[in-house]
Ligand binder design. Structure first.
Ligand SMILES: [Zn+2]
Length: 593
C-alpha cells in the first residue's frame, strides 16, 4: 500500500507525462509497409557505455531528430545521428530494435535521401541513449556554433525523459539484486559515478561509466519532485535530504528510500531499493537457516508471548527472514504489522503503514496508530524496525502487554541486541529486558554470497592467492601461511574448502555481469540467542565455518564478515564444538574432492 492516499506515486505521475505508444509524427505514421522490419547482425554494434559511442567510427557529428521532426516519446528509444562521413546511424535501445516505429524511421530516412551506415544500429540502454543525446549537437547549425557550454539546454530534457533515465538505473539495480543505488555527484567533474551495492559489495557497472554530472543532477532534481515525506521542497545539493518514492519496474512495485549526504565534491545520494512484494516466498531453510536454527525460530514463534528480534547489517535480509517466519504462523493468530513503510506484503497479516515525517504531527499520528493497535485484540505484532526512542517505546508497550512481537534492529550481534535496546539512544529499561519471557529469541544474521558450485577452486590445489585478491592487503600473510591456518581451523574438512574463481563460468554468468563472477546466489549465516537457554548459543562464525566446510562459502568472505583468522575467536575455535549442526540437510553442498 502507498503510505498516504493524498500522495501520488512516481509511476502514476510518470504515466500522465508519457504518451502510451511508440509512434512517429506526421507523414511517417503512414509508413506501415514493414510490420516487423528485418535487422541483420552485421548492421548491429553494441555500445555498453558512452565512451564507445563517442569513439565510434565514423565519428558521430550531429543529431537529426529536429530535422526529421520526431516526437520526444520516440526519442527515448531511438535517436538518428549524422556521422562525419555523411552516413546516418540509429542509436537504439535493445528492447526497441524490432519495433515498427524504428523500421518506419529507417524508411523515412531512405525516402528522404539519407544514406544509412553499413553498421546502422548502435544498441545501448536507455540511460546511455539519453546521455548521448545530451552531448550531440541537435543540428547542423548548432554543430557550426560548436556551442557546448554548461548552459547547453536543460530545456531540451523533458521531466519524463529524466524520470525514464532514473527508472533505467533502478531497473538495473532490481535485475541485479542490488540493495542500494548510489549516485555520487562530483560537481566539479564532467562525469560522476553511478554505483550499486550488491551482496554487500560496492560495484561500479561498466554500462554506467560515463554519465554526465549535469545530467545526473538534473535527473535527481526531477525525481525529488515525486518524493513522499521529503524534508525539503526541492533537491538541494548542499543539504542532507531524506524521503521515499515508489516506482514500477518490470511490472513490480519498487519502494525507494532516498538519503543524501552533502559531501566535499557534491551530494552523495544513496537510494535503498526495497521490493514491495517478496515474490520469492522462500522458507527459512531456503534462505539459509540450518534445520536446528529453523526449529529454534519456530519454537520461539509458538511461545505464548515475548519478542523475536532480527538484527544484521544493512542488506542482510532481516525483513525477508522475518517475513518468512511470519508466513509460518497459523491462520488462527491475528497478526498486525506496523511498518514505516510496509516493505513486504505478508498474506496472513493486516498491514498498517505509518509514514512518519520529521515533524511533531506525525509523531502524534504514530502514537494514535499504536493506541488503536492495542485495542485490536491481536496476538502477534510485527513492528517494522526499532530505530528511534519512539519505536523503542512502542516495542516496550507491546511486549509488556503480553503479545508476541517481531521486529528488526541494527546491532552487531545477537547478544548486543540487549545493549542496543538499553542504550541511551533507545532508552529501554534493562529491568524490563531482563524479565523472563520478554526477549524470547535474538537473532543476528549476515547474507553471504555463495560460491558457484561449478567453477569454485579447491584451495588445497592452489599455490598462491587467486588473481582477483587484493594481494597487497595480504602481504602480512603469505598464501602458504594462510593454507596452514585453514588446515588448523578446519581440520579434517580442509580438503573441502573452495575459493571463488572470479573468471566465472557459464553457470554463474549473471553474477559475472555484476562484477562478481564466481558467485551464485546468497545464503544467510546466523546466530541465535535465547536468554532462557544461554548454553545453546553458538556464535555466528560457527555457522559460517560449517557452511565453508561444505564448500559453500569462500573462507576469504568469512574473514571479511567475521574477522581475520589471526583473531582470537578463530584461533580458539574447535571443530568439535559444532555438534548442533550435524543433523543437516544434504542438498546443494559440494561433494568433497
Ligand atoms: Zn561459475
Amino acid at each position: 500500500m502507498t503510505t498516504s492516499s493524498g500522495s501520488k506515486s512516481l509511476t502514476t505521475w510518470l504515466k500522465k507525462k508519457i504518451r502510451p505508444a511508440l509512434s512517429l509524427q506526421g507523414s511517417v505514421a503512414a509508413y506501415h509497409r514493414s510490420p516487423r522490419h528485418e535487422v541483420c547482425n552485421t548492421q548491429i554494434v553494441y555500445c555498453s557505455n558512452l565512451e564507445q559511442i563517442k569513439n565510434y567510427s565514423p565519428k558521430l557529428s550531429y543529431a537529426l531528430h529536429n530535422k526529421l521532426n520526431l516526437n520526444k516519446q520516440l526519442l527515448r528509444f531511438v535517436f538518428p545521428v549524422m556521422c562525419v562521413d555523411g552516413t546516418v546511424v540509429l542509436i537504439v535501445t535493445k528492447e526497441a530494435l524490432y519495433e515498427d516505429a524504428v523500421g518506419s524511421l529507417q524508411l523515412k530516412l531512405i525516402e528522404q535521401g539519407y544514406q544509412l551506415n553499413e553498421r546502422s544500429y548502435l544498441i545501448t540502454d536507455a540511460a546511455i541513449l539519453l546521455a548521448a543525446r545530451r552531448i550531440l549537437p541537435s543540428g547542423e547549425k548548432e554543430l557550426k556554433q560548436q556551442h557546448r557550454s554548461e548552459s547547453y539546454s536543460m530545456a531540451q530534457w523533458s521531466e519524463a525523459e529524466l524520470h525514464a533515465m532514473f527508472i533505467e538505473l533502478v531497473r538495473w539495480g532490481v535485475e541485479n539484486e542490488a540493495s542500494d543505488l548510489h549516485i555520487n555527484l562530483n560537481l566539479s567533474a564532467q562525469f560522476s559515478d553511478v554505483l550499486y551495492t550488491i551482496a554487500g559489495r560496492y560495484i561500479r557497472p561498466r554500462v554506467f561509466h560515463s554519465i554526465q554530472t549535469k545530467l545526473l543532477k538534473d535527473m535527481l532534481a526531477v525525481v525529488w519532485m515525486g518524493i513522499q515525506g521529503g524534508n525539503a521542497a526541492v533537491f538541494d545539493a548542499y543539504q542532507e535530504q531524506q524521503g521515499r518514492l515508489e516506482c514500477q519496474v518490470n511490472g513490480q512495485t519498487v519502494r525507494l528510500r532516498w538519503a543524501s549526504l552533502a559531501a566535499l565534491d557534491g551530494p552523495s545520494v544513496c537510494i535503498r531499493i526495497l521490493k514491495k512484494q517478496d515474490k520469492s516466498r522462500l522458507t527459512l531453510k531456503q534462505l539459509g537457516y540450518l534445520p536446528e536454527q529453523e526449529k529454534q525460530l519456530l519454537e520461539g514463534a509458538l511461545s505464548e508471548r515475548g519478542a523475536i528480534i532480527f538484527s544484521g547489517s544493512v542488506g542482510s535480509g532481516k525483513s525477508t527472514a522475518l517475513a518468512a517466519l511470519v508466513r509460518e504462523l497459523p491462520l488462527w493468530r491475528k497478526i498486525i504489522t506496523l511498518e514505516d513503510p510496509v516493505e513486504y506484503r505478508i498474506p496472513n497479516a493486516i498491514q498498517v503503514s505509518i509514514a512518519r515525517q520529521l515533524d511533531g504531527d506525525s509523531e502524534q499520528h504514530f502514537s494514535t496508530k499504536l493506541r488503536a493497535l492495542k485495542r485490536s485484540a491481536m496476538s502477534d505484532v510485527i513492528l517494522g524496525e526499532i530505530r528511534d526512542p519512539e519505536t523503542a517505546q512502542a516495542f516496550t508497550d507491546l511486549t509488556t502487554s503480553g503479545v508476541r512481537v517481531y521486529t528488526t534492529l541494527h546491532a552487531a550481534g545477537a547478544k548486543q541486541i540487549i545493549q542496543r535496546l538499553s542504550s541511551s539512544f533507545l532508552g529501554i529499561d534493562p529491568q524490563i529486558l531482563n524479565t523472563p519471557g520478554v526477549l524470547r529469541l535474538l537473532v543476528h544474521q549476515e547474507l553471504l554470497p555463495k560460491l558457484c558450485p561449478q567453477c569454485a577452486l579447491p584451495i588445497k590445489k592452489l599455490q598462491k592467492y587467486p588473481n582477483h585478491t587484493a594481494t597487497s592487503l595480504y602481504q602480512f600473510r603469505p598464501f602458504k601461511q594462510w593454507q596452514k591456518q585453514l588446515k588448523s581451523i578446519w581440520g579434517d574438512s580442509y580438503p573441502n574448502l573452495r575459493i571463488r574463481n572470479a573468471k566465472g563460468c557459464d553457470r554463474c554468468q549473471v553474477w559475472q555481469k555484476r562484477g562478481l563472477g564466481g558467485y551464485l546466489g546468497r545464503t544467510i549465516v546466523a546466530e541465535l540467542f535465547s536468554p532462557e537457554y544461554k548454553e545453546l548459543f553458538k556464535p555466528i562464525h560457527y555457522t559460517a565455518w560449517f557452511k565453508a566446510s561444505k564448500g559453500f562459502l569462500d573462507p576469504m568472505d568469512l574473514e571479511l564478515y567475521f574477522g581475520v583468522f589471526e583473531r582470537a575467536h578463530w584461533q580458539r575455535f574447535s571443530p568439535l564444538e559444532v555438534p548442533i549442526f550435524n543433523a543437516v540437510e544434504k542438498t546443494n553442498f559440494l561433494k568433497p574432492i
